[in-house]
Design a protein around this ligand. Structure first.
Ligand code: F6P
Length: 372
């Protein structure tokens, strides 16, 4: 059988997996621009992560310099993304209407060989890089690029998208502070951050919140009430609370719903801000308490300058790792260098807020309460 694409060129396939993130397009552009400096390389995008390869007919797109021109300023990803399924857990409908998953990884690797793909660059978060690791162990020439607004990958100082999310969240808090002060209200701002409270913590410091509740520090509702009360004299005052979606009370659980989506290992978090409001009311807080959920506003839109630069560095490095055949590794930022680390090192532990670390000390030093 002949390969479906000409084999005079070497081919790298790129794909974006997991939740989208400002800077994904800047990585794609950088890979394509760097590859164009080599005479014999072609970049092919797989639509919606590995789904583009797994679908029949195959959904792929050649990415050339014309296609990626100017996309570094765009949010989202021009080749689409998904956060469930994938080669090891492909959803299949049973005859009785229920769903199950099947492992299609071997079939996918054979298909990539048939397509004449020499290497794959997988741009994604921890879940995506776990898939990269398993595919590498099966012999695929694969390289990872870390992506997540949550900044929860330990192998890299920062992931791109994080700084943009903090900026968007801080601008939201700045707006809430003025309305809270005008109305003597308590405002709760619910931010993203499934396991790691980095967005919440940075926003609380940058915007000057009084209380910051993060997944790493379960909160005592009575301590939260105490801190709110310090902000009110004879009914006048205001208070701003930042809460990460993965925060939980002492002895309690995260707030969200199990969507029972096949191939999705996570519950969908959300609602912790409303839960906190109800708990504060039950605990006797008299002030008017309002909740704002920033949600996907943190993930959409244009990446800031820092994230565009980091994403571009990651893209160039990823392609150079293809040239050097540094497969089984993920790009990482170790200030001031862009390095690579083996997948198992990249995914073996999450980057959580260090509760004894300097950033928490800084926050406490300016009076921010963690409800602990
Ligand atoms: O991992 C990044 C993240 O933004 C989490 O903070 C959040 O829980 C999740 O993605 C939401 O993903 P989705 O858009 O698929 O619900």
């Amino acid at each position: 059988m002949q390969p479906i694409l000409q084999i005079m060129t070497k081919r790298v396939m790129v794909l974006t997996g997991g939740g989208d993130c400002p800077g994904l397009n800047a990585v794609l552009r950088a890979i394509v621009k760097r590859a164009a400096q080599e005479k014999d390389w072609e970049v092919i995008g797989s639509i919606e992560s590995f789904n583009g390869v797994l679908r029949e007919p195959t959904e792929i797109e050649i990415l050339d310099e014309k296609r990626v021109a100017g996309i570094h300023v765009q949010g989202g990803t021009i080749i689409g993304t998904v956060n469930k399924g994938g080669p090891f857990a492909w959803p299949v409908k049973n005859n009785d209407g229920t769903w199950t998953t099947v492992d299609r990884s071997d079939e996918m690797i054979r298909k990539l060989q048939y397509m004449g793909i020499d290497a794959v660059i997988n741009i994604g978060g921890d879940g995506s890089q776990r898939i990269s690791q398993k595919l590498f162990e099966k012999g695929l020439n694969i390289i990872g690029v870390p992506k997540t607004i949550d900044n929860d990958l330990a192998a890299t100082d920062f992931t791109f998208g994080f700084q943009t999310a903090v900026q968007i969240s801080t601008e939201a808090l700045d707006k809430l502070v003025t309305t809270a002060a005008s109305h003597n209200r308590v405002f709760i701002l619910e931010l993203m951050g499934r396991d790691a409270g980095w967005i919440a913590l940075n926003t609380a410091i940058a915007g000057g919140a009084e209380i910051c509740l993060i997944p790493e520090i379960p909160y005592d509702i009575n301590k939260v009430v105490e801190r709110i009360n310090t902000r009110y004299v004879k009914g006048r005052g205001f208070c701003n609370i930042i809460i990460a979606e993965g925060a939980k009370p002492l002895g309690g659980h995260v707030t969200g719903e199990d969507t029972h989506e096949v191939g999705n290992e996570h519950i969908r978090l959300g609602g912790v801000g409303e839960k906190l409001r109800a708990d504060l009311k039950n605990a006797g807080v008299e002030a008017d308490v309002r909740v704002t959920v920033l949600g996907h506003l943190q993930r959409g839109g244009i990446p800031n300058a820092f994230d565009r630069v980091l994403a571009t560095e990651f893209g160039v490095k990823a392609f150079e790792m293809v040239l050097e055949e540094k497969f089984g590794e993920m790009v990482a930022y170790h200030h001031p260098n862009i390095i690579s680390v083996p997948f198992d090192e990249a995914i073996n532990k999450p980057n959580l807020v260090d509760i004894g670390g300097d950033l928490v000390k800084t926050a406490k030093g300016v009076g921010i309460s963690f409800g602990d």
